[in-house]
Design a protein around this ligand. Structure first.
Ligand code: CTP
Ligand code: MG
Length: 434
């Protein structure tokens, strides 16, 4: 039996969270640990399982070599969420294989550690209670302990041809999970033995390695939520489980502001600079505004307000001047695309208020026409005010026109769910019997 007092400064249990795999079967561009599940990286979820333990543990995250800094940021964020001391938290670079990654993790163990758990970050929804149970069982038995679930399917041995060779007695089978826990000395000795006897390649999990070296390993009851996210279907399953337990919190309405200025075109400016387009309307007989597009300051200010409210950046980052589709384009092109992006982000336009600042054109006669035109594009009420600046500044000198806009967005009904949902970063209680 292993009994030693733990303090936050010298924990006796360490959890090595292996997160250095590429996730080739999941098929994302990002390594698996950084793939988002409910807007949080899988690694962040996996750390919930560890920070949520009753036991105070040393946490060693093993990350892809080129993502150590990102993993460190995620781990620090998780530690802050649990008000956990960062003292016993380290992030190290992984190896080419899972076993190599475990080795790198072991090299970071504090001297005070006498029980080591190895846990797959890919088992992102593992209940913290399972981790505590593994620790308790390692302490109670002095054995290696692994969680496992009975196999429910009938298992056949099948030839390459598809012919059935036999039925395996499933009563003897267990689908094993992580965290796998071992007395530190036993794990280290087993790995030394495996290295000396060339067994590393053949034995993929830690328990197999420890058992192969002749040490006892016992299976305890695992947990359905400790399943490994390997394929896109697994990720979808995790998403559904989280969603069922805690629907997305209500999205609040959001506001954004925008500002745009264009100079009046010089007389000798090439074509495109002479027609005035403002607030979605053509203004015959008025000098045009210069710009890559039609220079419609009101439309552009509205785009920025909408994009800002949705958290989508600004008009320059979405409609680059290098993009020929927008060269000379009228405001309605930008507005329609902006509304599409805002909707894709889950929002509808509540209303927009625009202020045009300039001496010309005299806006009041066509205010209603402009408001109707823009409201049609945005499917929302638009109010346009216009003012001069009492002969002050560039607008007062008649050098150009400015516009500001404020937009209110509200969440599309699809995104609205009961307000009892937990806040961002809070782990929902999945309410699943241990
Ligand atoms: N792992 C690791 N270092 C490696 C390979 C795997 O730390 N060189 C980790 C993974 O990050 C994962 C766990 O081991 O948390 C289980 O591995 P697996 O589910 O196979 O993940 P990947 O190897 O990333 O996925 P795949 O095999 O589909 O590429
Ligand atoms: Mg793998």
């Amino acid at each position: 039996m292993i009994v030693s007092p733990a303090t936050p400064a010298s924990p006796t249990v360490a959890v090595i969270v292996v997160a250095a795999g590429s996730g080739s079967r999941l098929g994302h561009a990002e390594p698996k640990a950084f793939v988002l599940l409910h807007m949080r990286p899988l690694l962040d979820h996996a750390l919930d399982s560890i920070f949520g333990m009753n036991e105070t543990v040393q946490i060693i995250v093993v990350a892809p070599g080129d993502r150590v800094a990102d993993a460190r940021a995620i781990a620090a964020h998780a530690a802050a969420r649990y008000a956990a001391p960062e003292l016993a938290l380290s992030v190290v670079a992984g190896g080419r294989t899972r076993q190599g990654s475990v080795d790198h993790g072991l090299s970071a163990l504090l001297p005070s550690i006498d029980v080591v758990l190895v846990h797959d970050a890919a088992r992102a929804l593992t209940p913290a209670a399972l981790c505590d149970k593994v620790v308790a069982a390692v302490r109670a038995t002095g054995h290696g302990i692994i969680p496992g679930l009975p196999v429910v399917d009938t298992i056949k041995r099948v030839a390459d041809s598809g012919a059935i060779l036999g039925t395996v007695d499933r009563s003897e089978l267990s689908a094993v999970q992580t965290p796998q826990g071992f007395p530190r000395a036993m794990l280290v000795a087993a790995r030394t033995w495996a290295a000396a006897n060339g067994r590393f390649e053949a034995l993929t999990d830690d328990a197999a390695l420890v058992a192969d070296a002749g040490h006892p390993v016992t299976v305890i009851a695992g947990h359905p939520l400790a399943f490994k996210i390997t394929t896109p279907e697994d990720l979808e399953r995790a998403d559904l489980l989280l969603h069922a337990a805690a629907p997305q919190p209500v999205l609040l309405p959001r506001i954004g502001t925008g500002l745009d200025v264009h100079a009046f075109a010089a007389d000798n400016e090439p074509d495109g600079g002479t027609e005035l387009w403002l607030a979605g309307l053509y203004w015959p007989g008025e000098r045009g505004l210069s710009g890559h597009s039609d220079g419609d300051v009101a439309a552009h200010a509205i785009c920025d307000a909408l994009l800002g409210a949705a958290g989508l950046g600004d008009i320059g980052s979405i409609f680059g001047t290098a993009d020929p589709r927008f060269s000379g384009a009228h405001g309605d092109v930008f507005l329609a695309e902006t509304v599409r992006l805002v909707r894709a982000a889950g929002y509808l336009v509540g209303n927009v208020s625009v202020q045009i600042i300039g001496n010309r054109p005299r806006f009041s006669q066509r205010r209603a026409e402009a408001e109707t035109r823009l409201a049609g594009i945005l499917s929302a009420p638009v109010n346009i005010a216009a003012t001069t600046t009492d002969a002050l500044g560039f607008t007062g000198r008649g050098e150009g026109v400015a516009a500001t806009a404020t937009a209110l967005l509200y969440p599309a009904p699809l995104y609205t769910v009961p307000s009892s949902a937990p806040g961002p970063g809070q782990t929902p209680d999945l309410n699943w019997e241990a």
